[in-house]
Design a protein around this ligand. Structure first.
Ligand code: DGJ
Length: 722
């Protein structure tokens, strides 16, 4: 059993990691350690007298929760740092104290009710410790869940809050997890950005005081992905201690880091408490989202590979989890809203001729949607544009040897739509205030069960009406006017989380109803690209920015947490529609083929040379696709620091690898550079684009990069063991 409780210490461990919690003499849970595997009996937690400004226990001034490292600190008591949990009862803030009640160790990993989470395929893969705590005055009980993986250096945490008191209470903060790390020099990485500039890497020193990241947008957002990596100051790509924290949640999140007066670092993650206030009725339970905590003693690279393996195989689900994804051609940048059946079939036919495998009709097919000002919510086909309906189009596409995919944006409603005219109260709105439009649309109140039921019905009717193999599920604006017509005033603080639970129910129901459909998440690019969505949809649109240079940054940043099988990348036209940059077809194809590759351009407008290039790209992608999607990823050159980018994938058996190198702008008369490969078998002999080297040589000496640099140059090395 990888969980023990001896001498008042819980030790949660596998071969690579240990997590230790001490049950204190006053019944508090104190955080002792999370890091490489140790023997818990050999460590102790020193308590020492601190300044009189910190409240202590009775007259025992060597024991203060204000300075001791805690597991799930509570707001309002001895501890004056940020609380993971805060409660209001009878109209006033409570100062609770969660004391140990009991514990339970079980095989496997329970699923979180109504929410996404990492899962076990069989009970041997995880062991779960549940520690129950209770505040004796309010009667509130909090169960802390810790699931440790047998295979990976991973602990998944969440909390379940039960109201066993005699009346309702308000929860005003409920983090998924908190952890107090010992004093030291730390830095942290986060993935920040904006629309068309998602997941840019920033590494900051952890300073004294409070810092962190958050979203208040109603979705995880393009601005801050729900992820941070806390790093010891000397950690880098391949060495040093790193704690990767990734929240399985798609709405408002907060991840904070707080260095207190004695240097201890409190890391906390969960639902953003800023706009959260949840009424918990008697006998009811509130379940927080799950926080996935990865420990790596060998830098960021190992942390990312752990996230990739775990998320690819035990977060993503369904038929496509382990399947190679079809190379698609999407009509969005080719036609926007201006298409008819003939135009679409022409793009699809040309795609088929070049070796593509699926045609995707993106937006504009429903209601009276000829631009982005109308029809969201009217999920019935526009027969003026598609006289044979979706079935007619899908059958013709199929006749060309292609699969057929379709775009939806279920959680939105256009003011100009039949649905809004019939149900104006279905859009989020604050009483008598005017609603705010964004992209000319409102947001549907997903916190309402009747609305979710309606959407299940409307979307499933369409999915049944034709042979549809793929759905692109978009979400093109942030939430404003967050208020539900069906909840009383004092419960509006629940709407943001209830919205997300409603969206998760919709995603869960539809993905279960249509197990053969490949679902792709999207949100004006990657505005809701988080582990929560990946539980329902095994891939996500990487960004609306299809420029190959911008994509180097975005895909490199995404690789911190997300496996290549979840990141979709398209080759588009030049000048690029987002940044107006002109890059060669080779670079565009090479960058896209380092992820889930697709195309998004008008194939009737390309010349013979480009056609030939595309054909070759597709042939090559079909050869390397399994290695890219399911191999281990190693980052080689960081575009945020250098003028080029490089990374590689190695198949699990180390028999195949593929290395990508992309240059931004050439340095005139540059130095001769080599790139050292990683992750190969030293003893194997590999063929590399016609030459033969041992794995050891490739990893020690490396491969020469192009001798005379050119702007936007790229090289792809296909590597195979002999
Ligand atoms: C935003 C998406 O990110 C695009 O790829 C495209 O699907 C448009 N929405 C369609 O409206």
């Amino acid at each position: 059993m990888p969980v023990t409780f001896e001498n008042n210490i819980f030790h949660i461990y596998n071969d690579n990691v240990s997590y230790c919690i001490k049950l204190s003499r006053y019944g508090d849970l104190l955080h002792m350690f999370f890091g490489g595997r140790i023997e818990s009996a050999e460590i102790e937690l020193i308590e020492r007298e601190r300044s009189s400004f910190s409240a202590y226990e009775g007259n025992d001034n060597s024991y203060s929760l204000d300075t001791l490292p805690q597991e799930y600190p509570v707001h309002g008591g001895q501890d004056m740092r940020t609380g993971a949990f805060a409660l209001e009862k009878n109209g006033r803030k409570e100062a609770c104290r969660l004391k140990f009640l009991s514990y339970n160790i079980m095989k496997g990993k329970p699923r979180l009710s109504g929410m996404p989470s990492v899962y076990a395929e069989n009970d041997d893969e995880f062991t779960t410790l549940v520690i129950s705590t209770r505040d004796s005055v309010s009667g509130i009980e909090v169960d802390l869940y810790y699931s440790i993986s047998e295979k990976y250096p991973v602990i998944c945490r969440h909390a379940e809050i039960r109201n066993s008191s005699d009346s309702g209470v308000y929860i005003t903060a409920a983090a998924s997890a908190s952890m107090d790390l010992s004093a030291g020099k730390y830095k942290y990485m986060h993935l920040h950005g904006a629309w068309i500039r998602e997941k840019h890497i920033e590494i900051c020193d952890v300073h004294k005081g409070f810092q962190g990241i958050e979203s208040r947008r109603g979705s995880s957002g393009s601005c801050e992905n729900p992820f941070i990596a806390l790093m010891e100051a000397d950690a880098d790509e391949d060495s040093g201690r790193v704690w990767g924290l990734s929240l399985v949640y798609s709405a408002d999140h907060r991840m904070s880091i707080e260095t207190e007066q004695y240097g201890t670092v409190r890391v906390m993650a969960g639902i953003n408490p800023a706009d959260f206030r949840w009424y918990l009725e008697r006998e009811n339970t509130f379940v927080t989202p799950e926080l996935v905590m990865v420990y790596s003693g060998n830098g960021l690279g190992e942390m990312s590979r752990t996230f990739h393996r775990l998320y690819r195989t035990r977060l993503c689900r369904g038929k496509y989890r382990d399947e190679e994804r079809p190379i698609l051609i999407n009509n969005w940048e080719a036609t926007y809203f201006d298409f008819n059946e003939e135009k679409l079939l022409d793009i699809s036919r040309r795609g088929a001729e070049l070796g593509m495998e699926m045609f995707v009709l993106d937006d504009g097919w429903f209601g009276a949607r000829n631009d982005d000002r109308s029809s969201l919510g009217d999920w019935f086909v526009n027969e003026e544009k598609l006289p044979g309906g979706l079935k007619g189009l899908a059958d013709k596409v199929k006749g060309q040897g292609m699969k057929f995919g379709l775009w939806f944006e279920p959680e939105m409603i256009s003011p100009e739509s039949r649905l809004f005219r019939e149900h104006p109260d279905w859009a989020l709105a604050i009483d008598n205030r005017e609603r705010h439009e964004a992209r000319n649309q409102y947001v549907i109140d997903m916190s309402r069960a009747d609305v979710v039921d309606h959407l299940i019905d409307a979307v499933s009717k369409i999915l049944r009406s034709a042979d549809i193999s793929y759905v692109k599920w978009d979400f093109n604006r942030n939430l404003t006017d967050v208020n539900s017509a069906v909840l009383p005033y004092e419960r509006q603080g629940e709407v943001r989380h209830r919205f997300m639970l409603g969206s998760y129910r919709l995603m869960d129901t539809l993905t279960r109803m249509f197990p053969d459909v490949l679902f792709e998440g999207c949100s004006g690019g990657a505005g809701r690209n988080d582990p929560g969505i990946l539980y329902y949809m095994p891939q996500n649109w990487g960004s609306d920015d299809t420029d190959a240079v911008e994509r180097m940054y975005i895909q490199y940043g995404a690789s911190m947490v997300y496996p290549a099988s979840t990141v979709c990348a398209h080759v588009s036209t030049v000048p690029n529609h987002q940044v107006m940059r002109t890059t060669p077809m080779k670079l565009r194809g090479d960058v896209a083929s380092a992820a889930v590759m697709g195309y998004e351009l008008d194939l009737s407008k390309i010349g013979e040379t480009e056609k030939k290039e595309i054909e070759e790209q597709i042939e090559r992608y079909k050869r390397i696709r399994a290695t890219v999607l399911f191999g281990d990823m190693y980052r080689l050159i960081d575009p945020f620091k250098e003028r080029s980018a490089s990374w590689m994938y190695v198949s699990e058996d180390k028999a195949k690898a593929v290395v990508f190198y992309f240059n931004k702008l050439a340095l005139p008369n540059s130095e001769l550079r080599r790139v050292r490969l990683k992750g190969l078998d030293c003893t194997k002999r590999y063929s590399v684009n016609g030459n033969v080297y041992t794995g050891r040589t490739l990893m020690e000496f490396g491969l020469y990069l192009p001798e005379y640099e050119k702007d936007f140059e790229s090289v792809v090395w296909e590597i195979e063991a002999l």
